[in-house]
Each structure stands twice: as C-alpha cells, then as structure tokens.
Design a protein around this ligand. Structure first.
Ligand SMILES: Nc1ncnc2c1ncn2[C@@H]1O[C@H](COP(=O)(O)OP(=O)(O)O)[C@@H](O)[C@H]1O
Ligand SMILES: [Mg+2]
Length: 378
C-alpha cells in the first residue's frame, strides 16, 4: 500500500459569522468532519461548487488555516497545532499555485521563480542554476526576462508552477489553478502538472469546480458539498457510476457525449418523441466497501430496441477516456406512442443507466434529469 502524505482526521473548520445580510450571527461550518488520506504519488482531485469548503480544506495542509477540531498530518508531521517556526520546514515541502497566479508584477519571470530560493538563503549561483532548470522544465527559457504583464495566462501559470517547485516540494497544492484559463490552455497546464507528478514524483492536490480538469489528469477524486466529502474513489469509478446527485451533475458537465441543457432544448425542437440518453461504460466496477458492484451500461441497447420493436433515432453521442477507460453517452429519440414503450423503458433502465429528458411537450427539467435521484435527498 502506498503511504499517505496527507491525512485529514475528522477535520472541522468553523468561521465566526457576523450578523448582517439577512444572516444571523453564529458560525459557518466550512469543513464538516472530513477524513481523507492522500497517498504519495497521487493526483487527487477535490471537486465541488463554490462555497463547498475546498479552499479551506486545502489551506489546512500548509496550516494557512487551522482546524477547529480534528487533525491534519502532512509528511508524518501533525501540522494543525504546530508553531509558525516549526511549520517552516514542512511548508518548504509544499508548493502552492492559485487561480490568480499571485506573481510579483515588478519582478521578472526569473526573479519570480528565484523568490522562494532567496527566502531560503540559497547561494546566488545555485539560485541561477535552479532557475534555469525550472525555466527549461516549464518551457519558458526565452521569456525569463519578461514581466508577468507581458505573458499569457498559461505562461503566467507556468511561472507559478516553476516558482512553487523551486525548493523541490513533495506536495503541490493547486487551488483552481486552471479556472482562469481557456480550455486549450487548461489542457497545456494540466499536461505540465502531469509531468510534475510523473517525472518529479510530486503528489498533487487539485482543487477545482470543473469536472473535466479532474477527468484529464486526476487518479482519484473526492466530491465536496456543504463542507463534507459526499463521494470519493478512483476517477473512472466515480465518473462511470456516480452515486450522488451532486456528483452526477458535475459529471454531466464533463461527458462530451451527453448533451448540455441548450442542446437538449434544441433536440426537443428538432425531434418528435422521447429524448433519452443512455450512459455507456464498458466494464463492470467491482464492489467496494460492501456496496454492490456497478455493472456495465449501454451494451445491449440495440438488442432491446429490436426486441420491443421501438422506432428510434440516434441523435447525439460520444465517448471520453477517463482513467484509461471509455465512458460516454448515446442519446436517442424513441417513439413513445408505441404501446410497448413503457415496458421497453423499464427493461432499458434495468440494463443501463438512463437519463430521461422527456418530450418537447413534457420536458424533464435538465438538472433533475441528470441528477436522477434514486431516493436521495440532495
Ligand atoms: N476567512 C473566512 N471567514 C469566514 N468565512 C469563510 C472564510 N473563508 C471561507 N469562509 C466560508 O467558508 C465556506 C467555504 O468556503 P471555501 O473554502 O472558500 O469554499 P470553496 O473553495 O469550495 O469555494 C463558505 O461559506 C465561505 O463563505
Ligand atoms: Mg475556493
């Protein structure tokens, strides 16, 4: 078993709240009883909507925030009650990058990257050598004397990454590091983070509200909602068989084969009939912690269509690769005036994961359709 480099044990973080804005005085529980282990070498995604508590959680790793209760252990050291002076050696093992890059605008690229080395009193010639190594690693050598204002967003984040790596950390915390970037630049930065993980052996904690970021590079993912981790696991398993509606909503945004809300509205305009998406996953997911195994999905659709004699049209679809395996969705319009349609839909649901968007005259609200709670309250 891999060794844990970060362990949260029943961590709670409460903030005092001032009265005002219609809110009563009291406390906000930003992180609510989180226990989580992050193993050496992982790229661990933590996903959740704004306000879920992700930043608060990750800021407790380098003790920028202290828990109200519970413990945080990083690289074998309990950091939650450590004094600032004793934290210094632990913090040197942790790099951090941010959405807004947080570069010094009056320093050049090279000076920004050298900054942590200066703080750490490296000899000037060692600093220069290290800065050049890092410039090569992130591909910015020819930009070393530029100022941040002369760089693109992706280049700025590469400077942020080089600076975070300067003192050879074991852990890199990325808080919405790609959220200010367009999709193409996001992919480039994520590819760089993947190299950081694979070539330098750095464990990465990837905080994001974008599922496609998790999908692109994370090995594991935890879904946070209202301060709690509501679901966690290997990225493929969570992607292919989400258990919670909040997770399903995130995944709907990242599966390119699943139509988004405007596309569903358009399909309703274009086609008569019942609009139904079927999730496709090729492999069974073995049982974990006593839960029944999740079966493959979408493997027998055409057989069922033939068996029940339902008129159908294939109107949308696509496959993605998640954790090296294929997962996707196919969308059909079915003739739901066929008397056997109800029976057919029941059989399809038994065989596969189905999202029912209804018909043009009786559409199912998008969020409700994709979340498809099965007796779940949120
Ligand atoms: N310094 C703070 N003081 C008071 N409340 C805070 C502070 N930081 C965060 N919060 C509150 O804690 C909750 C979680 O915030 P945060 O960790 O920033 O979530 P996320 O990063 O998932 O968007 C929010 O309700 C937020 O308003
Ligand atoms: Mg945040």
């Amino acid at each position: 078993m891999a060794e844990a480099v970060i362990t949260f044990d029943h961590v709670v973080k409460e903030y005092r709240r001032r009265a005002g804005g219609g809110q009563e005085r009291g406390t906000t529980r930003a992180v609510d009883d989180v226990s989580l282990e992050i193993d050496a070498g992982d790229i661990y995604g933590i996903i959740g909507y704004s306000g879920a508590g992700k930043s608060t959680l990750v800021r407790m790793v380098n003790a920028l925030e202290r828990p109200t209760s519970g413990s945080v252990t990083v690289l074998g050291t309990r950091v939650d009650q450590l004094s600032e002076s004793k934290l210094r050696p632990v913090r040197q093992k942790i790099g951090m990058i941010f959405q807004q890059f947080n570069l010094f605008s009056t320093k050049t690229v090279a000076q920004n990257i050298a900054y942590p080395l200066q703080l750490d009193h490296w000899r000037k010639d060692y600093q220069d050598r290290r800065v050049n190594e890092l410039l090569d690693f992130v591909g910015l050598r020819e930009h070393k004397d530029k100022y941040p204002s002369q760089l693109s967003g992706g280049q700025k984040q590469r400077v942020g990454i080089a600076r975070a790596l300067a003192t050879n950390p074991k852990i890199l915390l990325a808080d919405e590091a790609t959220s200010a970037l367009d999709p193409e630049t996001t992919s480039e930065v994520l590819a760089l983070l993947k190299r950081v993980n694979e070539q330098l052996g750095v464990t990465i904690v990837l905080i994001t509200h974008q599922m496609n970021v998790v999908q692109q590079i994370a090995h594991k993912v935890a879904v946070m909602s209202a301060g709690k981790i509501v679901e966690r696991g290997d990225v493929y398993d969570v992607f292919a068989a989400p258990q919670r509606s909040v997770t399903r909503r995130f995944i709907a945004t990242a599966l390119s084969g699943l139509p988004d809300a405007p596309r569903v509205a358009k399909l309703h305009e274009e086609w008569d009939g019942r609009l139904v998406s079927v999730l496709v996953r090729q492999k069974d997911i073995p049982a974990a912690d006593g839960r029944p195994a999740v079966k493959a999905s979408g493997q027998n659709i055409s057989d069922l269509i033939a068996q029940y004699g339902i008129h159908s049209g294939l109107v949308y679809g696509g496959m993605d690769t998640v954790g090296g395996s294929a997962v996707g969705a196919i969308t059909y319009v079915f003739d739901d005036t066929n008397p056997r349609f109800g029976e057919f839909l029941t059989a399809l649901r038994e065989d596969s994961d189905v999202i029912d968007f209804g018909t043009a005259s009786h559409p199912v609200e998008y969020g409700r359709a994709v979340a498809a709670d099965e007796g779940e309250t949120r």
